[in-house]
Design a binder for this molecule. Structure first.
Ligand code: PLP
Length: 428
C-alpha cells in the first residue's frame, strides 16, 4: 500500500508531538493502561515545583442531594427536540487547587453563577462528553460502555490543563443522578436519556493559565429516536476541523464553535453535513460530529470496511470503536453477524476523495456512513465535491448491508435485547 503523506509528515514531527499522537492512538483500544493513579489530583507547589499533599479526588460518598421542590412532569415524548428539554436535577462538583474535588451535589436543574471574569467565558476552557441511558422493554436502565466516556473525559481534561478525576467515582454519581430522574428516561422504542457531563475552568481572572478553580456538572436530556435517513454531505475544501498537533481528537468546546458557520454554509447549499477533509490530498476525516466509515469492493470481490486512523485529528468515538470491534469479532468468527459476508477486510487507514471518486465511477463504492452516539449509524447517499455530486449506494431500506447489520447489532445491545458485556446497569 502507498504510504500516505499524512503519516510521512507525522514521522517528521518533533518527539513530543509523536508521543502524544502515539498515546492517543493506543488509548481507546488499550484503555487499561490508564491506571487509577493518573486520576489523582496532586498539587504542585508553584515555588518549589514539589508535589505537596494529595488533594481529594471525586468521592461519591460525600454526595449531598437537594430535591427539586417544584418538579415538572416530563413532556410527551413525541414533542421532544434533541437537546432542548432537561430533567429536574443536575450534578455539580467543584474543584480548586487548595482542596481538590469538593462535595458532589445533586440539586434542582438551574442556572450556574459565574463571574464575568471566569476563564471559560474568555478562552473556551471547556470540554464535554455525550452518552445515553436506555430503557429496556423489561424495565431495566442501561448505559453503553460508559467507562470509555470517563476515560475520554480525563484525556480531554489533560489536554487543556483541567483537573483529572476518578472516572469510576463520577460514573457512580451519574448513575445516582439518572436514578433520581429515572421517570424522565422515555420508554418509547428508540428513545433515550442523553447524558451531558461538562467540565469548565472557572478561574476568576483574565489570564491564560491552568485554572485554580473548575466546575464539573452533568445535565440530562430526554431525546427521541433518530431515524437513519440517508444524508448528503458537502466535502469542505474551504475550512478544516482539525490539524496535526491540534485538538481534533479531544472532545473540547473549542472544536465546535468554528464548525457552526461552515454548517450553516452547507445547509444553504442544500447539503446536510460537512465532510471534513485534511491536507492537499483531501483525506476524509469525519462527517459533521460523527466518525466515518467507507466500504469498498476490491478487485478480487472482497469487501473492505475502512475508517480513518486515530492520528490525532480523529475523535476516538465509542461508536467507532464498537463498530470496529463488532466487525473484527465477526471476521474472527467469535460473534458472527447475519447479513455480512464472512470474508471482510477491516482497515484503519487514510482514504482520499480521489479514491472515493474513482471507486464511485468504477462501481466499487459500496457504502459510506457516519457513526456516533446521537445517531448511532447515519448512511450517506451523496457527496458534493468540487462541483460534482458523487453518488453513493444505500440499498433498499436506505442503508447498505454493513450499515444496517451493524446498526441492528448496536441498537440491540444498547436497548438490552442482545446481552453483551458492554451494557452497564444504572441500578448496580
Ligand atoms: C462525539 C464525537 C464523535 C462520536 O463519538 P461517540 O463516542 O461515538 O459518540 C465523533 N466525532 C466528533 C467530532 C465528536 O464530537
Amino acid at each position: 500500500m502507498m504510504r500516505p503523506a499524512l503519516f510521512r509528515s507525522i514521522r517528521r514531527a518533533p518527539a513530543w508531538h509523536t508521543a502524544r499522537l502515539a498515546a492517543s492512538t493506543l488509548l481507546p483500544r488499550n484503555a487499561a493502561t490508564v491506571g487509577a493513579a493518573r486520576y489523582k489530583s496532586t498539587h504542585i507547589d508553584m515555588i518549589t515545583g514539589e508535589p505537596t499533599e494529595l488533594l481529594s479526588d471525586i468521592q461519591p460518598g460525600r454526595l449531598v442531594v437537594t430535591k427539586n421542590e417544584h418538579p415538572t412532569p416530563p413532556p410527551p415524548s413525541s414533542t421532544l427536540v434533541f437537546g432542548h428539554t432537561f430533567t429536574d436535577h443536575m450534578l455539580t462538583i467543584p474543584w480548586d487547587t487548595t482542596n481538590g474535588w469538593g462535595e458532589p451535589h445533586i440539586k434542582p436543574y438551574g442556572p450556574l453563577q459565574l463571574e464575568p471574569s471566569s476563564s471559560v467565558l474568555h478562552y473556551a476552557q471547556t470540554l464535554f462528553e455525550g452518552m445515553k441511558a436506555y430503557h429496556t422493554v423489561d424495565g431495566r436502565l442501561l448505559m453503553f460502555r460508559p467507562d470509555m466516556n470517563m476515560k475520554r473525559m480525563n484525556r480531554s481534561a489533560e489536554r487543556i490543563a483541567l483537573p483529572n478525576f476518578n472516572g469510576e467515582g463520577l460514573l457512580e454519581l451519574i448513575k445516582q443522578l439518572v436514578r433520581i430522574d429515572r421517570h424522565w428516561v422515555p420508554k418509547e422504542p428508540g428513545h433515550s436519556l442523553y447524558i451531558r457531563p461538562t467540565l469548565i475552568a472557572n478561574q476568576r481572572a483574565i489570564g491564560v493559565t491552568p485554572p485554580n478553580e473548575a466546575l464539573l456538572f452533568v445535565i440530562l436530556s430526554p431525546v427521541g429516536p433518530y431515524f437513519p435517513k440517508p444524508v448528503t454531505l458537502y466535502a469542505t475544501t474551504e475550512f478544516i476541523r482539525a490539524a496535526p498537533g491540534g485538538t481534533g481528537s479531544f472532545k473540547l468546546g473549542v472544536n465546535y464553535a468554528p464548525a457552526v458557520m461552515p454548517q450553516k454554509m452547507v445547509a444553504e447549499k442544500g447539503y446536510s453535513q460537512n465532510l471534513w477533509l485534511h491536507g492537499p490530498e483531501h483525506y476524509l476525516t469525519e462527517v459533521g460530529t460523527m466518525n466515518m466509515f467507507v466500504v469498498f469492493k476490491l478487485e478480487d470481490g472482497t469487501i473492505e470496511v475502512v475508517t480513518p486512523p486515530l492520528d490525532g485529528m480523529i475523535l476516538p468515538g465509542v461508536t467507532r470503536d464498537s463498530v470496529l470491534q463488532l466487525l473484527r469479532d465477526h471476521v474472527s468468527g467469535s460473534q458472527t453477524l447475519k447479513g455480512l459476508p464472512q470474508k471482510l477486510k477491516i482497515t484503519e487507514r487514510p482514504v482520499t476523495m480521489k479514491e472515493v471518486q474513482d471507486a464511485s465511477r468504477a462501481g466499487n463504492l459500496v457504502e459510506l456512513f457516519g457513526a456516533g452516539t446521537a445517531a448511532v449509524i447515519s448512511p450517506v447517499h451523496q457527496i458534493g465535491y468540487q462541483g460534482e455530486d458523487i453518488p453513493i449506494p444505500t440499498g433498499d431500506g436506505g442503508m447498505g448491508d454493513v450499515a444496517r447489520t451493524i446498526r441492528e447489532q448496536l441498537v440491540g445491545i444498547q436497548w438490552g435485547q442482545i446481552a453483551h458485556p458492554w451494557s452497564v446497569s444504572v441500578d448496580e
